[in-house]
Design a binder for this molecule. Structure first.
Ligand SMILES: *Cc1c(COP(=O)(O)O)cnc(C)c1O
Length: 360
């Protein structure tokens, strides 16, 4: 057992996991209380009458190849969100332990911590420095109850990539003290490599990846936790045995084959050129004060009056998001759309800027 596992909840380390029905595809199943007949029109190849294989071997090898790691380093779950929740449930004792987050950041870390009864320590990103990581601040705040440090890179909602050497420095300094969770939900939109290869070097590094963003599979619900094999085995005891539905397993294999991956890369390039175009055009509009640099598939914009921009978007039949972070007043997060949607939003904001609003 690697030493970082000592950070896990003792009751999870000794947990006797649920013994799911044996997976023996060469034999016919009379051991799982399933119906022996398929439902009419069942479109799946495995049959929806059957329980799916827990952590299906073919899917796990496929995801491992996709992310450039070994199958033993991979756990698949229902989106990155399930990975976040599992990590917190596995490592944080309710009422005792904490996670550390760097706001403004993704809201699920805090929600999952609250659900588990874990406290949340906050060390803000440095706005004056393009929302950079406050590495020394993080280290200073890591007392012995902080089990997980969540680093979102590229960060949602600010869009920027965090410095890789700063993250690796945290891994070194926190060895055997805390796990560094790097959430790379948007890494495919950043012109840089994932940090996954570094799991070989750091036992306390956990990386989260998802098919929801660049692979256009948000509805399939498939996220991957990538870490040292011992961490993966521990999480595998906690995850619900049949986490991934048959349709998810089959869709992921189908829609992340070589041809679909090539298509995803081409569309990502289109999206990146739209991101550059939107960034440039938005920053020239009188209602927009500032457009932050983005390494993701969205832009954080600071408006003169965010409510007015929201109304303009709604009038153009588009929704944009107020990230609702105290440090981001008058800011909106705009997902990059199709060229047509982007044009429609721009036209809407231009039109709102030329109207004289609120003048009696
Ligand atoms: C979208 C997102 C995720 C994961 O989403 P899933 O659909 O659950 O995979 C994780 N982290 C961040 C920062 C995200 O924005």
């Amino acid at each position: 057992m690697i030493r970082v596992l000592e950070l896990a909840r003792p009751d999870i380390l000794t947990l006797q996991p649920y013994q799911h029905a044996a997976w023996e595809p060469s034999l016919e199943r009379m051991h799982a209380n399933e119906m022996p007949w398929r439902a009419d029109g069942d479109p799946t190849s495995a049959g929806l009458n059957r329980y799916p294989q827990p952590q299906p071997a073919e899917l796990i090898s496929h995801l491992a190849a996709l992310y450039g790691v070994e199958p033993r380093n991979v756990l698949a779950g229902r989106g990155g969100d399930e990975g976040i929740d599992l990590l917190i449930r596995t490592f944080c004792r309710a009422g005792h332990d904490s996670i550390l987050i760097c706001p403004p950041t993704f809201g699920m870390y805090k929600v999952s911590a609250r659900i588990q009864g874990a406290a949340v320590v906050e060390v803000p990103l440095v706005k004056a420095n393009g929302f950079a990581l406050d590495t020394n601040g993080v280290l200073a705040a890591c007392n012995e109850n902080v089990k997980l440090v969540f680093i979102c890179s590229p960060n949602n909602p600010t869009g920027n990539l965090l410095e890789r050497c700063a993250i690796e420095f945290l891994c070194t300094q926190l060895a055997n003290k805390a796990i560094v969770v790097v959430d790379e939900a948007y890494i495919e939109f950043a012109r840089t490599d994932s940090i996954v290869a570094s799991i070989r070097q750091f036992e306390n590094l956990v990386v989260l990846r998802t098919l929801s963003k660049a692979y256009a599979l948000a509805g399939a619900r498939c996220g991957t936790v990538i870490a040292h094999a011992d961490i993966i085995s521990l999480l595998a005891r906690v995850i619900t045995p049949y986490a991934l539905p048959t349709q998810t397993i089959e869709s992921v294999l189908k829609f992340t084959d070589e041809a679909h991956c090539a298509a995803a890369r081409r569309l990502t390039e289109v999206l990146l050129s739209e991101r550059a175009r939107m960034s440039e055009l938005l920053s020239r509009l009188p209602l927009i004060r500032r457009v932050w640099h983005s390494d993701a598939n969205f832009l954080l914009v600071e408006c003169v009056d965010a409510a007015r921009v929201v109304r303009a978007a709604t009038a153009a039949r588009l929704i944009v998001r107020d990230p609702q972070q105290p440090t981001l007043p008058n800011c909106l997060r705009i997902s990059i759309g199709t060229p047509e949607q982007n044009d429609r939003l721009l036209r809407g904001i231009v039109a709102a800027g030329t109207e004289t609003e609120g003048v009696a």
